[in-house]
Design a protein around this ligand. Structure first.
Ligand code: BJ8
Length: 429
């Protein structure tokens, strides 16, 4: 997305990218980034860092990953917030999120996956088949988790396309047996990471890694809390962007940059200044994760003089809540602490998943949301199924709620705009 002065093409070539297709992708991303983000008014100064990261997301950050590889560090790609970054950092590895938020090579993808697969999975395949994702190509190991049926079965196919693919099983229920399964999967993953890196995880390396990730989570949680203010000190779009960068950036540098912008937002709150006027309609978004560059629905909402005040999503509070205790005296005790924290993630793949509804209600209250938009990708059975009951429960509690179902195309823009506009009018009546 950059108007890069450095020529990264030799590096992209070395990674085996299709340079022509990659240029095309960067062109589209660059345009939508400037249309959606750079046109916002009164952005916090601290957003300059995240604009820079995005401008170099396929450039400087990839160079950093390649430098790390040359230093013998391993790059681990993931598709889910259930993969503990703590374990990767504890073997001095670098973890990167691989979920993609744009359609690519759709025609080719639909030759190997059913059409009625969610956009997030199709996009993963499109970026691989089209050879346009330098993160994926830089990975020494790619971890796929058995969460929803779509991912689970798609990974059987991805396994043939990606070298060093590692499948991780997942429980479906948060029972004692589910906990045992998750712990045993985390122990297997730990052993695999040790084997791959040639490093042994020690109590010291694991404690240090836990602290790094706890600090990163604490920073994004701090940002989330500041969004309770009216006027909102930062837009939902910029907050989402920070939450998306969470998955790509160097964790320590990211944490510092988020804390820096939080300092600025605190000053804004003290001065009663914000990005939108006081009393602007406040919306909470809840549902499927939004990976870069999936900004479609947030930009529609904020284009209608409403502000998004929180994301109940894995690219948001669902993914970042809770910290891992560093209290243990052995690696095994710390592994228990990791399992305890991760088992709190209220993803819709779990049954029952009543915790999620409670969390949505809590967030609505904490961030003073006037209404909630339940966002699901087409064909995402877990989130679509849950959305009916959640809508009913929220409406019964007096919280206006809108259920939407969409994908990564722009074809339903008009319809979404009409429905979201009507919803905002309903809230304001
Ligand atoms: S912990 S939300 S990151 S699984 S949209 S692929 S659910 S059909 S992404 Fe997720 Fe981990 Fe859960 Fe979070 Fe399937 Fe739905 Fe597609 Fe989805």
């Amino acid at each position: 997305m950059s108007e890069a002065t450095v020529d990264y093409r030799p590096m992209w070539n070395e990674l085996g990218l299709n340079l022509e297709a990659h240029d095309e992708l960067l062109g589209v991303l660059s345009q939508s980034y400037s249309d959606i983000f750079m046109k916002q008014k009164n952005r916090p100064e601290g957003m300059a860092y995240f604009d820079f990261v995005m401008s170099e997301v396929h450039g400087l950050r990839i160079k950093e990953l390649m430098d790390a590889k040359r230093d013998g560090r391993k790059i681990i790609g993931t598709y889910c917030t259930f993969v503990p970054e703590e374990l990767v950092i504890a073997v001095d590895g670098v973890m990167v999120g691989l979920c993609a938020g744009a359609d690519f090579a759709l025609e080719e993808v639909e030759k190997i996956l059913p059409r009625n697969t969610c956009a997030l999975i199709k996009s993963t395949f499109g970026f691989k088949i089209g050879q346009v994702c330098p993160y994926l190509e830089a990975c020494d190991m790619v971890i796929g988790e058995n969460t929803c049926d779509g991912k689970k079965k798609a990974y059987e196919i991805l396994n043939n396309l990606v070298p060093n693919f590692y499948a991780m099983d997942m429980p479906q229920m948060k029972t004692a047996e589910g906990r045992v399964l998750l712990k045993s999967e985390y122990l297997k993953l730990m052993a695999k990471l040790e084997e791959l890196s040639g490093k042994t995880i020690t109590i010291e390396s694991l404690k240090k890694a836990i602290t790094i990730v706890n600090n990163k989570r604490a920073a994004v949680q701090r940002l989330a809390q500041l969004r309770h203010a009216d006027p909102a000190p930062v837009s939902g779009l910029d907050s989402l962007l920070i939450n998306q960068v969470y998955f790509y950036d160097n964790p320590v540098r990211f944490t510092e940059s988020v804390n820096k912008i939080c300092d600025e937002l605190e000053t804004r709150i003290t001065e009663n200044s914000g990005v939108y006027p006081t009393g602007t309609t406040r919306v909470l978004l809840s549902g499927c994760p939004m990976a870069v560059p999936n900004w479609k629905v947030p930009s529609i909402i904020e284009g209608m003089n409403a502000v998004i005040v929180g994301e109940e999503s894995c690219v948001g509070e669902r993914g970042f809540q809770g910290e891992v205790s560093t209290e243990g005296e052995t690696v095994n005790e710390l592994m228990d602490a990791i399992v305890d924290r991760y088992l709190q993630i209220d993803c819709a793949i779990f049954t029952p998943n009543s915790q999620r509804l409670e969390h949505i209600k809590e967030m609505a209250e904490k961030y003073k949301a006037d209404g909630i938009i339940l966002y699901s990708l087409n064909f995402c059975a877990p989130y679509l199924m849950e959305s009916f009951n959640i809508e009913k429960e929220l409406e019964n509690s007096g919280i206006p709620t809108l259920r939407i179902e969409t994908d990564y195309s722009q074809e339903d823009n008009g319809q979404l705009k009409t429905r979201i506009e009507a919803f905002i009018e309903r809230i304001n009546d």
